[in-house]
Design a protein around this ligand. Structure first.
Ligand code: PLP
Ligand code: COI
Length: 364
């Protein structure tokens, strides 16, 4: 893939953030965006990187009506040596294409998906923060671009990549959050789109998310769509329970997003000698385990949230407090290990990181 890079003039570049500790999550975007159209006749064509700006659309553009859209989320990390690491980007490429297939959208060659990310990060290198805990969030996404109101898969699409320097996802940082267990609403059901990373899943989650915040919780812990009985995942992360020496997480059942951090945590846990279980976990087992003390830690795992310790669950108007609302030892160890690999401070024995070349590409 030959990417055309539109040169930006010095005066067009935004001032860089001044305090990386105040970035928050995706409040600020870098100077450029990657754009590539798709049509049935030409396939993917004319990839280019240009100044970040509005994408003109007819009001009838299909994505605005029927939400035919998919996205990914990954991060670039600055090491102490000044290098830039991507974390398992090929997994995002694969998941993007699985989401595309589920949403009746065209796939993108993995090498093109990876090249779009690498070229964007190379050009926007100055935006990768040097502070540990901060990183550059990468958001590749695809939208249906046909202008029609017929309900059918579009024949034209747009693939884009935008970037945002970020700090912690939750205001709490690496401190335990509270989760609200919704037994009223569900996010996804068997046969639905839960395992695809598609915008509609997130739209469907907003109402329960509002209730969670009204109850003083950061996010919703979703239960299954059939019985409202089995734990699935959290709004932007997968969930793990420590039962003694076992690390338990809900099995991928079609309605849960197959998280890349989840996969990494399972691999690290096995490497640490822990027993891991991927299986159905009922909310009664979890709440019962918290009450009897057999559940000693809960944490979430995701790209945006990294490892996020959970201090309490609110279920049916009752609070279940885990580990005295303190960060548990495994949550801390997992966070340190993952962070260490991502920032190049620990040996990357699993070959999870990819270095981004730092030479500036030619702009034309
Ligand atoms: N579950 C949901 C619903 C998510 O949005 C995310 C974030 O991407 C995750 C889980 C965690 O996935 P990953 O670790 O690949 O970021
Ligand atoms: C991510 O972790 O990349 C996510 O997609 C979470 C996002 C919905 C904010």
């Amino acid at each position: 893939m030959k990417i055309r890079i539109q040169p930006l003039k010095k005066g067009e570049l935004k001032p860089l953030f001044t305090n990386p500790n105040e970035l928050g999550f995706c409040k600020l975007f870098t100077d450029r965006m990657f754009v590539m159209p798709y049509t049935e006749v030409d396939g993917w064509h004319n990839p280019e990187i240009k100044k970040l700006g509005p994408i003109p659309m007819e009001p009838s553009t299909i994505v605005l009506h029927y939400a035919q859209e998919i996205f990914e989320g990954l991060k670039a990390f600055r090491t102490k040596k000044g290098e830039i690491n991507l974390f398992r980007p090929e997994m995002n490429a694969k998941r993007f294409n699985r989401s595309a297939a589920r949403m009746c959208m065209p796939t993108i060659p993995e090498s093109d998906f990876l090249a779009s990310i690498e070229m964007m990060v190379r050009l926007e290198e100055r935006w990768v923060p040097s502070t540990s805990g901060a990183s550059l969030y990468i958001r590749p996404f695809m939208i249906a671009a046909d202008t029609t109101l017929g309900v059918r898969a579009a024949s034209s699409y747009l693939y884009l990549v935008i970037l945002s320097p970020v700090g912690p996802y939750y205001a709490e940082g690496f401190n335990p959050i509270s989760l609200y267990v919704s037994d009223e609403y569900t996010r996804a059901s068997r046969g639905g789109t839960g395992e695809a990373k598609t915008g509609g899943n997130y739209a469907a989650s907003l109402l329960a998310g509002r209730t969670a915040r009204e109850k003083g919780c950061a996010q919703v812990l979703w239960l299954d769509g059939q019985e409202h009985r089995y734990v699935e995942e959290v709004g932007a992360m997968n969930i793990f329970f420590v039962f003694g020496d076992r690390l338990v997480t809900p099995a991928l059942n079609g309605s849960i997003l197959p998280g890349i951090t989840r996969d990494s945590v399972l691999a690290l846990a096995k490497d640490m000698g822990l027993k891991t279980e991927e299986r159905a976990v009922s909310i009664d087992e979890v709440c019962g385990g918290i009450t009897t003390g057999s559940v000693t830690e809960i944490f979430g795992a995701g790209t945006a949230a990294s490892i996020s310790p959970v201090g309490s669950l609110r279920y049916r108007e009752q609070d279940y407090v885990v580990g005295n609302r303190k960060v548990g030892p495994l949550s801390k160890k997992m966070y340190d290990t993952l962070r260490g690999i991502q920032y190049g401070e620990l040996e990357d024995r699993f070959h999870w990181t990819t270095k981004v070349p730092l030479e500036k590409p030619a702009e034309a």
